[in-house]
Write a protein that binds this ligand. Structure first.
Ligand code: F6R
Length: 612
């Protein structure tokens, strides 16, 4: 949440920073602002998207080659101009941007007020810049030392970037539990919440660790110390990321682009890890800890949101194929409910961003109890990826649309590989069935391609159902988590109330809601539960509900009674979620577009949830 950009070099900073903020808008878009050092310190900030900031600075003097910027997802204080970052202290010498929450800001603020500080905003961030200012003044200190001392007094999470009008040759960044990366260019440096703001200038990066403070200056380069004042040699990495991955490439929205990328991203999640010819599934991260997995008492999957839904599919897969008990928990609940954990447990974290605060905290708890922690993550180099003992990237590339799509199918693909690999090691499925699943899995990308060709038909259905204010999503077995995911996709981008249920649960309550105004999305592609789902659909039809059914090609029984049918290729039952979710993603997308919603940046949401 909240995006940070910083620049120091010889180019005009505002242009680079504002473009960088646009790339980070997925992290929050309540307000945006920049601070540039020129003759003094110029600060421009505005409620709303980066677009509004662009307009604000259009005719202003923003010359200067050192600056910082911020796009906000509001936590403390409403999203208005005053609460927008950057914030500054009473002397107007420093400017600071912040992502995270300063938990003890109340105590610090009272102490600063007692020393004569006055505050303009309701933010915790303003307290931090005043604190740095006070410490700098008291000790006549360099910016980086004042930042370091201030951070030793701060509780909570932060990624910050700070500049000092009286020392324009230095840019300081620091992190604790919120991501921050330094980009090293030719005679210039960048700071970002991720590398996207500066990817077209450099791919050489240093990811900061918790409690590290980076000082960049054109004379002395990059220096890193921790809050205990120990020098930390920077570990420079070369990113393998293409700038095109951050562009819409002709699609109207990132979400649509990402839905269409899935044949490739599912393939990429399997690349080198699977071969039907060799009858093999290999996940390198797993191989290293194969004994721990094979002897595990149980596997606990922790995640949030869409990643939690793929975790539920993981539970079905691992229990079904590898016969290891699995529990799936919302990370936010797990971390606070004193769970029973031992060294015989394995905790798997699923996360697209690799920065979700609750998931990180759950992992830290699991680690402290001796459990092996394994990450299935998309963002390379992210905090969760670095915290885990081992793991597997999903290789989906940057996901920018706030609604997760390709990361979901990437996670499910890797979970399928994990379940298959464990099943092989534990001999819990026959060689023939293993071989059938591997062969079918290799065909999934082409099948997804086929489903995408139904786009026009799905768009037509979306137009038909768009005005309903509620929706029910039903599925059984492997398709129950898909129903949950379908409902989440609809509510988050179209603001239509939607709920997902196991189809058979409908008669225990939700059936009371069904009338001619209730669209019911039924995913009925699993053969084992087919007859039962037909009965559930009959129950909906008898109450005049409008049925939109996702069925296997050639299916007759449901097709006869449903209002709309979307046919998809049939596959082995454990693999059905990878196909059945695609029409639900497209339906949500088109309904949201029909309703005129901001698909890529839905209200109140942020892509990376780095606060509790
Ligand atoms: C929904 C969505 C969120 C995320 C959740 C977890 O489309 O994107 O529900 O799935 O915030 O995020 P990650 O996977 O980054 O940990």
């Amino acid at each position: 949440m909240c995006g940070i950009v910083g620049y120091i070099g010889s180019r005009q900073a505002d242009k680079l920073i504002i473009k960088g903020l646009e790339r980070l808008e997925y992290r929050g878009y309540d307000s945006a602002g920049i601070a540039i050092i020129n003759d003094g310190l110029s600060i421009f900030k505005k409620a709303g998207k980066v677009k509004a900031l662009r307009k604000l600075v259009a005719n202003a003097d923003t010359s200067g080659t050192v600056g910082i910027g911020h796009t906000r997802w509001a936590t403390h204080g409403e999203p208005n101009d005053i609460n927008a970052h950057p914030h500054t202290g009473n002397s107007g010498r420093l400017a600071l941007v912040h992502n995270g929450i300063i938990e003890n800001y109340g105590v610090l603020k009272s102490a600063l007020i007692a020393e004569g500080h006055t505050f303009d905003s309701e933010t915790d961030t303003e307290v931090l810049v005043h604190l740095i200012e006070q410490i700098q003044k008291d000790g006549n200190l360099a910016l980086e030392e004042a930042v370091r001392l201030a951070l030793t007094r701060v509780e909570g999470a932060y990624a910050i970037a700070v500049i000092d009008r009286d020392n324009p040759s230095v840019l300081v960044g620091a992190r604790k539990a919120s991501p921050l990366v330094v980009g090293i260019g030719e005679g210039e440096y960048f700071i970002g919440s991720d590398a996207s703001p500066f990817l077209d200038s450099t791919k050489r990066v240093v990811y900061l660790d918790d409690n590290q403070i980076a000082t960049v200056s054109l004379e002395n380069g990059l220096q890193i110390r921790n809050t205990a004042n120990e020098e930390q040699p920077p570990f420079i990495q070369e990113l393998d990321l293409q700038i095109e991955a951050l562009e819409k490439e002709g699609y109207e929205h990132f979400m649509l682009k990402e839905i269409y990328e899935q044949p490739k991203t599912i393939f990429d999640a399997m690349r080198g890890r699977i071969s039907s010819k060799e009858s093999r599934v290999t996940l390198r991260g797993l191989e290293e800890y194969a004994n721990r997995f094979v002897r595990a008492n149980r596997i606990i999957i922790v995640a949030c949101g869409t990643s939690y839904h793929s975790g539920l599919i993981g539970e079905y897969l691992i229990e079904d194929l590898a016969r290891i008990p699995v529990e799936v928990e919302y990370a936010s609940e797990f971390r606070y409910r004193n769970p029973i954990l031992s060294e015989r447990d394995i905790v798997i974290a699923l996360s697209q961003s690799g920065e979700t605060a609750d998931t990180m905290a759950a992992l830290e708890l699991a680690k402290s109890k001796g459990a092996l922690i394994y990450g299935i993550v998309n963002s390379v180099g992210s905090s969760i990826a670095r915290l885990t003992d081992a793991g597997s990237y999903i290789h989906a590339g940057p996901e920018i649309g706030v609604a997760s799509t390709k990361a979901f199918t990437g996670q499910v693909t890797v979970l399928t590989l994990l379940a298959l690999s464990l099943a092989r090691k534990l001999s819990t499925i026959s060689n023939t069935y293993f071989q059938t699943l591997v062969r079918e899995l290799e065909l999934i990308p082409a099948m997804v391609e086929e489903i995408l060709q139904e786009n026009d038909h799905i768009k037509y259905i979306a137009k038909e159902v768009k005005d309903h204010r509620n929706a029910l999503y039903l599925g059984r077995g492997y398709n129950y988590p898909v129903a949950l995911e379908g409902a989440l996709k609809l509510k988050e981008i179209s603001y239509v109330h939607a709920e997902g249920y196991p189809a058979a649960e409908m008669k225990h309550g939700p059936i009371a809601l069904i009338d001619e105004n209730m669209p019911v999305y039924v995913t009925a592609t699993n053969p084992s539960a087919y007859d039962k789902i037909v009965s559930n659909v009959q129950e909906v039809v008898a109450r005049k509900g409008r049925v939109i059914a996702i069925v296997n090609k050639g299916e007759q029984a449901i097709a006869k009674i449903a209002d709309h049918v979307i046919e998809i290729p049939s596959t082995e039952e454990p693999l059905t979620p990878l196909l059945s979710v695609i029409p639900l993603q497209l339906l949500s997308y088109h309904i949201a577009v029909e309703l005129g919603r901001n698909v890529d940046q839905p209200r109140n949401l942020a892509k990376s949830v780095t606060v509790e």
